[in-house]
Design a protein around this ligand. Structure first.
Ligand code: HEC
Length: 388
């Protein structure tokens, strides 16, 4: 099963790479000097938690108030603050540069559908009024789709500081002519699988660069119906792949990754391969806010469902544990086992899978006996453990 998951990982790689290009517009990440991060503002925006630790409350005429995570701005304006459009509703961008831009039409801003580029710029106090009372910079009512939030002054300043900090003009690893990626390889990765992965990646990058689609910098020709057309340019970047080989014990990987990132900033970490431990790489990607796309790992970090920047192709052995559980529980009537024996090797990826499998089976009333094969014991020890 593990092997099937792995070949799938390689199989979809091309899709991922093709998709990465289109996310370029909306991936600003490196804060500009001066736009200090506000942890309180960030918690209000992302989690709906106020500075006091109390939940944020969103109220709306004619509806029950919602609180906490459900009230958080991120639900509608997205993590980037660039908003979204859904059917006929528009959730406008709320980063500093869109809220405070002078009335120039916004040609210098990235193109975001739904951006309100024609109204007067907000000031901190009209912005606070918008968030509290639902009135825009020009005194016009904001639609009922935008809830009202009764924030005190301290929370409000923190939130506005967060909106300002969402502006980033410099994205790492991107220039007008190049787009840099890194593939990370941990020292205990299987050399054969590693060669297979690199072969696919290198060929993909070569193919991609061999067929450039037009010169960079040309202005897009559009209907001219919106102001934003002036900010649309065709960009064709050469994709550059860096291979970051980690060495030594995993406790030193964070420092190695920070050093490599400082020397060669990359737009995203792509594919990559690990032996047993990918956690330091996930931590690096979350901390640096670098997308980490589809690493070849059989044991994702335990909080894989909650990471934002890391996208796994599969939950690896934890998914297998779920499937095995489902398989056992769905056996035809009468064939339901009362007891299952699980054999795993100490210190290997099966250990985490065993913990998950055992918990799930026991919760459904199936007894589980575990047999541990010592780390480094020969393969026949596994066969023997099955028979005891
Ligand atoms: C349930 C969805 C939702 C949530 C949650 C939400 N908003 Fe909005 N917001 C909207 C919509 C929709 C609009 C546009 C309303 C309109 O068209 O008049 C909007 C408009 C705004 C505007 C006006 C933008 C402009 O350019 O005039 C600001 C500022 C804003 N929201 C900030 C926030 C902040 C800060 C939070 C969190 C405290 C938040 N919003 C939470 C839906 C939401």
């Amino acid at each position: 099963m593990a092997r099937r998951a792995r070949s799938l990982t390689l199989g979809v790689l091309v899709l991922v790479l093709a998709g990465a290009n289109s996310s370029l517009v909306a991936k600003p990440r490196v804060p500009e000097p001066g736009s200090a991060k506000s942890p309180v503002g960030e918690a209000i925006y992302l989690k709906g938690v106020l500075g006091s630790g109390a939940p944020l409350t969103a109220t709306r005429a004619g509806a029950e108030p919602v609180t906490g995570e459900q009230a958080a701005c991120v639900n509608c304006h997205r993590r980037s603050g660039l908003g979204s459009q859904e059917a006929r509703s528009s959730f406008p961008p709320v980063t500093g540069q869109f809220l405070f831009h002078p009335q120039t039409g916004g040609a210098e801003l990235p193109f975001i559908p739904g951006a309100r580029l024609k109204r007067q710029p907000y000031t901190d106090s009209t912005l606070a009024r918008a968030i509290r009372e639902g009135v825009d910079a020009e005194g016009r009512p904001i639609s009922y789709l935008m809830p009202r939030f009764a924030l005190d002054d301290t929370d409000m300043s923190a939130l506005i500081a967060h909106l300002r900090s969402l502006d980033h003009n410099k994205v790492p690893g991107v220039s007008m002519s190049e787009l840099h990626f890194a593939s990370i390889i941990t020292p205990d990765a299987d050399p054969v699988k590693r060669r297979g992965m690199m072969d696919v990646l290198e060929h993909f990058f070569q193919d991609r660069n061999a067929a450039p689609r037009g010169a960079s910098g040309q202005q897009m020709i559009t209907s001219g119906a919106t102001d934003s057309v002036r900010s649309m340019f065709k960009v064709n970047r050469r994709w550059v792949l860096h291979v970051w080989e980690l060495t030594g014990p995993s406790a030193t990987w964070a420092e190695q990754l920070d050093k490599k990132f400082a020397e060669t900033p990359v737009f995203a970490v792509i594919s990559g391969i690990a032996g047993k431990n990918w956690v330091p790489v996930t931590d690096f990607c979350e901390r640096r806010e670098v997308p980490c796309l589809f690493p070849n790992v059989e044991l994702p970090a335990a909080d894989a469902d909650h990471t934002f920047h890391t996208l796994y192709c599969s939950r690896g052995v934890l998914l297998e544990a779920d499937l095995i559980t489902a398989g056992i529980l769905n056996e035809p009537a009468g064939g339901n086992p009362k007891r299952v024996r699980v054999v795993y090797r100490a210190g290997d990826i099966g250990e985490a899978a065993t913990v998950s499998l055992t918990a799930q089976l026991r919760a459904r009333g199936v007894g589980v006996v575990t047999r541990v094969v010592p780390r480094g014991a020969p393969a026949k020890a596994v066969t023997e453990a099955k028979q005891i």
